[in-house]
Design a binder for this molecule. Structure first.
Ligand code: NAD
Ligand code: DAU
Length: 356
């Protein structure tokens, strides 16, 4: 008999911690949160549920099959929601090995542990179990300006080591459904933004640099396009997919909000001009730097399947979501200082030292 607990991997990272906080508030059933606490994982993200006995944090690696097997046997979860990954494209260019280890080997070991647990379940627990694999739109490659948006049938064409490692993990997850019948659901989402995003990513990096009067490094001509989704909308999409998704199906998740990087950075600057007029105009800090190797030009998501099958659509508009996000970072400068110590400074030297 399974319990109504779920296991979340990577629940101390950006999207995972938002998901866990919202799960405890919305669904109320217990969460076992397995996270290795790499540079990107921070228990401070979970301070809001400290002491809540519905949340149990376990420090560990998804590639540790024994540990995962023991957690599954102990907690008898009804689902595993898999966020844990190496997630930053630039880091995958400087060091792809970690991406293969966590995203490919780690996902494989996790799937093996889950398969062992799931195959020992009796119905209805076996039938009701779900493995929700969280993935990215980057597996589809890059679009031209007039190409139709990515749909679930767009062929995979990953261009960075990060995207390739996520594509490999998607294929493994798919194969566990087709070969063993494991009830896998995969979501492929566009760029998230919001509270607790590690400041190596575009939006938090730009907010924090602007506040500190540092240059705002825009890669190449700044006209690469991303589709932006507020993180709570992504978390809701994952909850919908878990509840109502078809085993074996994939769902694209997007914000219907395509922007060039320059537009995003200038909008951040305009919001800061209002909230921090002392530094205005913040756009004077924009600095075009050498491009990211293999930089995908455009991503866009056709999210019709998740809308029509599961009834999900994004709630937040980019303009309001971005304003909330800038406000959150201004109110959490101490969080930002804490997560950007030590290793992060080495990363900034490595990634940006050669670009100027
Ligand atoms: P993140 O880098 O902020 O967090 C990743 C978390 O995983 C961290 O807490 C880290 O400690 C943990 N982790 C890393 N390796 C681990 C391991 N071997 N074992 C256990 N835990 C480990 O990432 P994020 O931005 O929150 O992304 C979460 C997931 O969503 C990833 O799978 C990513 O590919 C996917 N995704 C992200 C975005 C985005 O815009 N950020 C968009 C679409 C999909
Ligand atoms: O599309 C979903 C993906 O979005 C996720 O799968 C990844 O985990 C997530 O990191 C994100 O990938 P991107 O590469 O799109 O995000 P990033 O924030 O690194 O960059 C966004 C855009 O901004 C991209 O075109 C590169 C550009 N950029 C980024 C940084 C860090 C800059 O111009 N300057 C920068 O300093």
């Amino acid at each position: 008999m399974s319990s109504n607990a779920i296991i979340v991997t990577g629940g101390a990272g950006f999207i995972g911690s938002n998901f866990v906080l919202e799960w405890i508030a919305a669904e109320k059933s217990p969460v076992i949160n397995l996270d290795k606490l790499t540079y990107a994982g921070n228990l401070e993200n979970l301070a809001g549920i400290k002491g809540d006995n519905r949340h149990r944090f376990v420090k560990g690696d998804i590639a540790d099959r024994e540990l995962v097997g023991a957690l599954l046997r102990e907690h008898q979860p009804r689902a595993v929601v898999h966020f844990a990954a190496e997630s930053h494209v630039d880091r995958s260019i400087h060091g792809p090995g970690e991406f293969v280890q966590t995203n490919v080997v780690g996902t494989f070991e996790l799937l093996e542990a889950v398969r062992g647990y799931w195959s020992g379940l009796a119905d209805p627990a076996r039938n009701d179990f779900r493995f929700l694999h969280v993935s990215t739109d980057e597996v589809y490659g890059s679009l031209g300006p007039n190409d139709p948006a990515f749909s679930e049938t767009t062929p995979y064409a990953p261009n960075s080591p990060y995207a390739a490692s996520k594509a490999a993990s998607d294929h493994l997850a798919r194969s566990y459904h087709h070969t063993y019948g494991l009830p896998v659901i995969t979501t492929n989402c566009s760029n998230n933004y919001g509270p607790y995003q590690f400041p190596e990513k575009l939006i938090p990096l730009m907010i924090l640099n602007a506040v500190k009067d540092k240059p705002l490094p825009v890669y190449g001509d700044g006209r690469n396009v991303r589709d932006w989704l507020y993180v709570s909308d992504h978390c809701e999409a994952v909850r919908f997919a878990l509840k109502r998704g078809r085993p074996g199906a994939t769902y694209n998740v997007g914000g219907n909000s395509e922007k060039t990087n320059v537009e995003v950075v200038k909008t951040v600057c305009a919001i800061l001009d209002e909230l921090r007029p002392d530094g205005a105009p913040h756009a004077r800090l924009v600095a075009f730097v050498a491009d990211r190797p293999g930089h995908d030009r455009r991503y866009a998501i056709n999210a019709e399947r998740i809308r029509s099958e599961l009834g999900w659509a994004p709630r937040e508009r980019f303009e309001t979501g971005l304003r909330k996000t800038v406000g959150w970072y201004l109110d959490h400068m101490k969080w930002a200082d804490n997560v950007t110590s030590g290793e992060y400074r080495n990363w900034i030297d490595l990634n940006y030292g050669t670009r100027t």
